[in-house]
Design a protein around this ligand. Structure first.
Ligand code: 4AD
Ligand code: MG
Length: 453
């Protein structure tokens, strides 16, 4: 059973390529005029895109493209396909296929990406489960802004929840005396948002169960139209108890090497396809990643290296600036020849409130793992476990300490050194398949201006 990819009718025999999505290869079905149901080919019920049921005998193939083929005994058209079917044999652009997100999984590229994405998810759970981590579900709706970047989508029921209501004017919103939105009238009694990261919740479980990880959807209202940003993406966030930044970097390295090895061993046919059609040499590149040590350097060393670079960057640099993707890519691709690079000890002013302050008072125990083509694959840190330091930092950043009461409690009752990181799953899919645009690494991309399908 499967869907017809192509159909070639010759005088006495018809070749039908069928694919059921279980692998990249099609089954070539060879059908002569005697086969039962041949009239369905003649009457146009079996065409490109149609779903069919075929019975036959597997025989050695006469052709050179496949080892075996199916000699058809009987064919049944299950669901016919309208001639307007947009996924015809000729190659179509990935931009075009994004407008057909409901049908693109029937193409070679998107079938392969979906299978490799699945293998990466399986390998993720396998890695953490084998290493004694407990999977924790962090909430999607939350009141806290983990990254403090103000990039949250607001969740509200103030506009009644039907599709028609979504189109109507918003006069009905309850207001306070000052004319502000009266959140006490809303479902949660205060503003609530879609989570940007499950980290703070993961920390509560890490300080009870030791090593844990989350793996779920996260959301960012960043107005970034780039090949590496989505408004909705999946994140893997391990949190290690009784651990420091070195343990965190070791975990990120072991994890990445494990999942890369897993796809190389278990997705051979799909990886060969990417190697030929999407990124030449990806198999060698990933084999190197799985084997070799990653480069480690401090932020300060990275800045020095970038300041010495002959290359002209669009964004000028000085100590204290955040690295842009052009800098990250230069470091991994040009300086270290494609090797993943971990940069650590960033200036505290460009990082989130929860990162542990280093003894120099200027930097924090943060680490970003950079990979070629994608840039930042993970962001992580050792967390500030000292109550006074954390309270001072919240004050310094003028964040509302009250709203973090439960997070501060973790430092009040049995605090431990702990560390973790977040890895953007779609960026991992990009890295492992070579697919250029993150919008092609997730089944239904959510980006500014588009939430169709
Ligand atoms: O560096 P980020 O913002 O770190 C955190 O959220 C931490 N709370 C993680 C932690 O320590 N538990 O995000 C982590 C990763 C990035 O390195 C990137 O791979 C991915 O999430 N990411 C995105 N992926 C796709 N689209 C976006 N808009 C992304 N923003 C971040
Ligand atoms: Mg980051």
């Amino acid at each position: 059973m499967g869907w017809v990819r192509t159909l070639r009718v010759q005088s006495s025999v018809t070749f039908i390529e069928v694919n059921d999505g279980s692998c990249l290869s099609n089954m070539q079905c060879v059908m002569d005029l005697e086969a039962e149901g041949y009239d369905q080919v003649e009457t146009g019920l079996v065409t490109t895109g149609a779903s069919i049921w075929v019975q036959g005998t597997v025989v050695k193939s006469q052709g050179s493209k496949q080892k075996v083929e199916l000699k058809v005994i009987k064919i049944v058209a299950v669901g016919k396909s309208d001639p307007s079917y947009p996924i015809q044999k000729k190659r179509v652009s990935r931009e075009f296929l994004r407008t057909k997100a409901h049908l693109r999984p029937r193409t070679n590229t998107f079938g392969a990406v979906a299978r490799v994405r699945n293998a990466l998810a399986y390998a993720t759970h396998k890695f953490f489960q084998e290493n004694g981590f407990v999977w924790v579900s962090s909430p999607i709706i939350t009141a806290s802004d983990c990254e403090g970047a103000g990039e949250q989508f607001c969740v509200t029921t103030l506009i009644p929840g039907s599709q028609e209501a979504a189109n109507s004017p918003v006069d009905g919103i309850p207001k306070t005396k000052d004319g502000l939105i009266d959140w006490s009238q809303d479902f949660f009694g205060k503003p609530a948002f879609l989570t940007v990261s499950g980290q703070l919740n993961a920390e509560t479980y890490a300080t009870a169960l030791s090593d844990v990880y989350t793996f779920g959807p996260t959301f960012r209202a960043e107005n970034s139209n780039t090949s590496r940003h989505l408004a909705e993406f999946w994140m893997i966030e391990p949190e290690l108890a009784f651990a420091d930044l070195n343990d965190d970097m070791a975990c990120a390295t072991a994890y990445l090497q494990y999942v890369v090895r897993h796809v190389l061993e278990n997705c051979k046919e799909d990886m060969e396809f990417f190697n030929t059609w999407i990124e030449k040499g990806i198999i060698d590149r990933l084999s190197d990643v799985a084997e070799k040590d990653f480069v480690q350097l401090t932020y300060t060393d990275a800045i020095e290296l970038l300041l010495k670079a002959k290359k002209k960057f669009e964004f000028p640099l000085e100590w204290g600036c955040d690295l842009q993707s052009e800098h990250e890519r230069y470091i991994t691709e040009e300086v270290f020849g494609g090797c993943p690079v971990i940069i650590r000890d960033y200036p505290k002013d460009i990082k989130a409130f929860y990162m542990r302050q280093n003894d120099d008072g200027k930097t924090v125990a943060a680490m970003d793992l950079l990979v070629p083509r994608v840039g930042e694959l993970t962001g992580g840190s050792q967390r500030e476990e000292r109550l006074e330091y954390l309270e001072d930092r919240l004050d310094e950043l003028k964040l509302n300490k009250q709203s973090f009461w439960w997070y501060l409690d973790l430092r009040r009752y049995g605090s431990v050194p702990h560390a973790g990181f977040g890895l953007g799953f779609e960026r991992l899919v990009q890295f492992a398949t070579g697919i250029e645009n993150i919008r092609d690494a997730i089944p239904f991309p959510r980006v500014p201006g588009s939430a169709e399908f």
